[in-house]
Design a protein around this ligand. Structure first.
Ligand code: SF4
Length: 378
């Protein structure tokens, strides 16, 4: 790649030229783009212009901002803050009160039609929206005013995407996500609790490089990040396919790293790239399932925060592998016509593709409980 790289670039971005180019190439690849796109992204990041960003914090916990800025690896948050001009963010700016609001309005006026609006948190609508007011203005009014002059709107986190945790029944503030408020322009949603900062960075860099948003799905989520089920790329998938499940937290199966489906893992009905890009940029295992906790489905409306953790995930659309081991072979016996007939009958009786898997879950469940009892000396 032929980019202009000097000492000031290394100081500004906190990495070497080699690391920077590797990062841009990997970012392009994770978005399904070519190495040429990676070079264009590198040039866009190095360009001196930085888009103004207005970041509104609404009915939220500041977890999304924290997630952006507390990445373990110093590169990510440095890149985010270096490629944008964060003109307004209550949690980070030194100013407060009238001073902060004046800075926001000045930036919006100076960059009308060009700034990026980032929304964090849900937007209450009940009782005229009085349950979240900033500077005397309701969150809803503030969002509509800021969205009118924005070149792009990004709803970061599950709360801004559809209402998230505050919107769970009975939803006392009547809160909703940004797409329910902003109707005249597309809203990119990056759900997650917290969302992955890498997905935010990739979306901003795509906009910076190509002047347009990445391809979105029907919920406004970037397809590069939300087109695959967590279950598809999970490191425990082999255990699921072979019927090895943790039955209780701390049992033998859990300690052995078995599949967490029986503990309520929502990976089979949750779209996100968590197992591929991980969190904190610290290497393998740094995501919920990797640390032994079932996925709670935080990127999916009506799954995360609504479906109890003990409830099993829907397995619709799961396809059993073609090379599924035959039960008779596991028991060290030769296959018989009768046993083959039983397998065919089970497969035929299954309503969907997940039938064989469910059959195996039941069989292995008993084995796993027996293993646990043996391990615990019961
Ligand atoms: S059910 Fe959960 S833990 Fe098991 S393979 Fe799927 S995503 Fe991974």
């Amino acid at each position: 790649m032929s980019i202009t790289w000097g000492r000031e670039s290394a100081a500004r971005l906190g990495m070497s030229r080699r690391e920077f180019l590797g990062f841009c190439t990997a970012m392009a690849a994770s978005m399904g783009l070519s190495a040429v796109a990676g070079e264009a992204m590198a040039e866009a990041i190095l360009a001196p212009r930085r888009p103004a960003v207005i970041w509104l914090a609404l009915q939220e916990c500041t977890g999304c901002t924290e997630s952006m800025l507390r990445a373990e690896h110093p590169t990510l948050e440095k890149l985010i803050l270096e490629i944008i001009s964060l003109d307004y963010n209550e949690a980070l700016m030194a100013g407060a009160g009238h001073q902060a609001e004046a800075a926001r309005r000045a930036s919006m006026a100076a960059n009308h039609g060009k700034y990026v609006l980032v929304l964090e948190g849900a937007i209450p609508e009940k009782d005229g929206g009085i349950y979240c007011k900033i500077g005397g203005q309701t969150a809803k009014a503030m969002v509509l005013e800021a969205a009118a002059g924005a070149a792009a709107v990004i709803a970061i986190g599950s709360c801004a995407s559809w209402g998230g945790m505050p919107s769970t029944p009975p939803n006392p503030t009547g809160c909703v996500g940004a797409p329910s408020i902003i109707k005249d322009k597309p809203v990119v949603t990056i759900p997650g609790c917290p969302p992955n900062p890498y997905n935010f960075l990739s979306t901003v860099v795509h906009f910076l490089t190509f002047g347009k948003l990445p391809e979105l799905d029907h919920l406004g989520r970037p397809k590069f990040a939300y087109s695959r089920l967590i279950h598809e790329n999970c490191e425990r998938r082999a255990h699921f396919d072979n019927g090895r499940f943790a039955m209780e937290f701390g049992d033998a199966g859990h300690r052995a790293g078995y599949c967490l489906y029986r503990l309520g893992c929502k990976g089979p009905e949750t779209y996100a790239n968590c197992p591929s890009i991980l969190f904190g940029d610290v290497g393998s295992g740094s995501w919920p399932v990797g640390t032994g906790h079932p996925c709670i489905g935080c990127t999916e409306q009506h799954v995360g925060f609504e479906k109890p953790i003990h409830a099993l995930a829907a397995l619709a659309g799961q396809t059993p592998p073609a090379t599924y081991p035959r039960i008779v072979e596991e028991q060290g016996q030769g296959a018989t016509l009768a046993s083959a007939g039983v397998l065919v009958a089970v497969a035929a009786a299954a309503a969907g593709g997940g039938g064989m898997v469910m059959h195996n879950i039941g069989k292995r469940e008993a084995e796993s409980e027996r293993d646990t009892r043996r391990e615990e000396g019961k």
